[in-house]
Write a protein that binds this ligand. Structure first.
Ligand SMILES: *[C@@H]1O[C@H](CO)[C@@H](O)[C@H](O)[C@H]1NC(C)=O
Ligand SMILES: *[C@@H]1O[C@H](CO)[C@@H](O)[C@H](O)[C@H]1NC(C)=O
Ligand SMILES: *[C@@H]1O[C@H](CO)[C@@H](O)[C@H](O)[C@H]1NC(C)=O
Ligand SMILES: *[C@@H]1O[C@H](CO)[C@@H](O)[C@H](O)[C@H]1NC(C)=O
Ligand SMILES: [Fe+2]
Length: 424
């Protein structure tokens, strides 16, 4: 789409997306990106490659081609030698006047842990990609970042994460900020490919993924569900909007802030049964991701039902299950709380962390409520990302890295003890 057309279309689309979002003043962000296809690309070349963990030893490979091609992945543990192959399927979707390319979805495995695999997206296609599977045991290192977008700040964040040697990325919602302009989903796919094709990216959705326009496009999450298929079937969930998985002794639950969460909802019932299945001997660490934070002392995004009502419905379930950590996004800043339950410090409650500072074009949320509540330990409105390094069954280190100009600087860090190892 021509740039002018794209801008007009954005303005039109944003008018709808803005509905229901509280407004506040944000400083200007750095410039936005549009990552185009290289001119040499042909219509069967793979693009927007990203991978996600399926079960404990399989990987979903996702990529897009302009034309229909076979959905086959060839792979192996040495470059140029592909002893194995797997075939999946492809689909496409329509959104107003836009028609997506063929979105290929192939699950490969079983795979060995902590091993580099080389793969091709399509029989005999180029280029060769590679990824590393996560370890089967501790230690494991997660990168955590929300509200990523596609600006120069996003680029800094991605570059810093790339240097951090992470095993898996966890993203608590708001990916592309396409906001109904579907070509921006393609641009986002190209922007994250260098990282997302090498390590599993496990994501949940935010408000920017809803993309429902009254009357004109009445379905929610059309693009998100088509492009970012997460392993919900394997965790007994009926929806791509909430699921769980286990990796190296960590049970991760991805919740959906923008789908029903009241006690009669499918999500609530699924969460109840998923928590019952958690074995803290096998997975001593229990982590939850949501988009809209339940604890937040920034003036941005106060009073939204996705925060208040979801917390009222589900906080007790997480508390009773002794969840260690809750990561959220949505507020474009960083904030770490003490262990909390029902607004009070509580040694059996989860640590809540807002990490919505990936680098999106809306800028930072600079204004905080004064005085700082006692339960809020550290808060700062800067772009950056987090690292959650689980050392063993008992100890993990959380560190927040700020994008200082273009340097990554560790600005907050804390050692955490798993609640599974605490008999109280
Ligand atoms: C693709 O394959 C998956 C798993 O086999 C299946 O659930 C899904 O319905 C298939 N999609 C299409 C469009 O055939
Ligand atoms: C991100 O920054 C790097 C280094 O500054 C640059 O080489 C790269 O082209 C940038 N990425 C995009 C998508 O512009
Ligand atoms: C876990 O890691 C911590 C920090 O490195 C260390 O002090 C402790 O001894 C380890 N515990 C076990 C059981 O390995
Ligand atoms: C940081 O990177 C941006 C984008 O690549 C560049 O425009 C800027 O000059 C850099 N700033 C510093 C202080 O290096
Ligand atoms: Fe958001």
């Amino acid at each position: 789409m021509a740039v002018r057309g794209l801008l007009l279309y954005s303005a039109f689309a944003l008018a709808f997306v803005g509905i229901g979002v509280l407004s506040y003043d944000r400083p200007t962000a750095r410039g936005s990106y549009f990552v185009s296809l290289p001119e040499t690309f042909d219509s069967t070349s793979p693009q927007q490659v990203h991978i996600s963990l399926v079960g404990n030893d399989k990987m979903r490979i996702s990529w897009i081609t302009e034309d229909q091609t076979p959905s086959t992945v060839q792979y192996g543990t040495s470059p140029g030698k592909y002893e194995s192959s797997a075939t999946g399927n492809s689909s496409s979707y329509k959104y107003l006047l836009y028609k997506s390319g063929e979105i290929h979805d192939v699950v490969i495995g079983p795979l060995k842990p902590n091993t580099v695999y080389y793969y091709l997206c399509g029989v005999g296609s180029a280029p060769e990609y590679s990824f590393k599977t996560p370890p089967a045991q501790f230690p494991i290192n997660f990168a955590v970042v929300g509200d990523l977008g596609q600006t120069e700040w996003t680029n800094s964040t991605l570059q810093h994460m790339a240097k951090s040697n992470y095993d898996m990325l966890l993203l608590p919602g708001d990916l592309s900020y396409a906001d109904t302009v579907q070509s921006l989903w393609d641009s986002f796919g190209r922007m994250v490919e260098p990282l997302a094709s090498q390590m599993p990216w496990m994501v949940t959705q935010g408000n920017h993924e809803v993309e429902k326009i009254p009357i004109i496009h009445s379905h929610s999450f059309t693009s998100y569900n088509a492009r970012w298929h997460m392993p919900f079937e394997e965790s007994g969930s009926g929806s791509n909007l909430f699921y769980s998985f286990e990796v190296a002794g960590v049970h991760v639950i991805m919740l959906g802030s923008y789908t029903d969460f009241d006690p009669s909802s499918a999500q609530y019932k699924w969460l109840q049964s998923d928590l019952q299945k958690v074995d803290r001997v096998k997975t001593p660490w229990l982590v939850v991701l949501i988009h809209a934070p339940w604890y937040n002392s920034n003036t941005a995004h106060q009073g939204e039902r996705e925060s208040i009502d979801m917390k009222a419905a589900m906080e007790e379930l997480l508390y009773e299950a002794r969840v260690d950590l809750v990561f959220a996004g949505h507020v474009h800043a960083y904030e770490r709380f003490a262990r909390v339950y029902k607004e009070q410090a509580n040694n059996c409650g989860p640590v809540h962390i807002t990490i919505g500072d990936g680098g999106n074009r809306e800028g930072l949320a600079n204004d905080y409520i004064d005085p700082q509540p006692k339960i809020s330990v550290f808060r700062e409105a800067s772009f950056g990302h987090g690292q959650f390094e689980v050392v063993n069954a008992t100890y993990a280190r959380w560190a927040w890295h700020r994008n200082d100009d273009n340097e990554s600087v560790m600005a907050d860090s804390v050692w955490l003890t798993s609640l599974a190892s605490d008999p109280t």
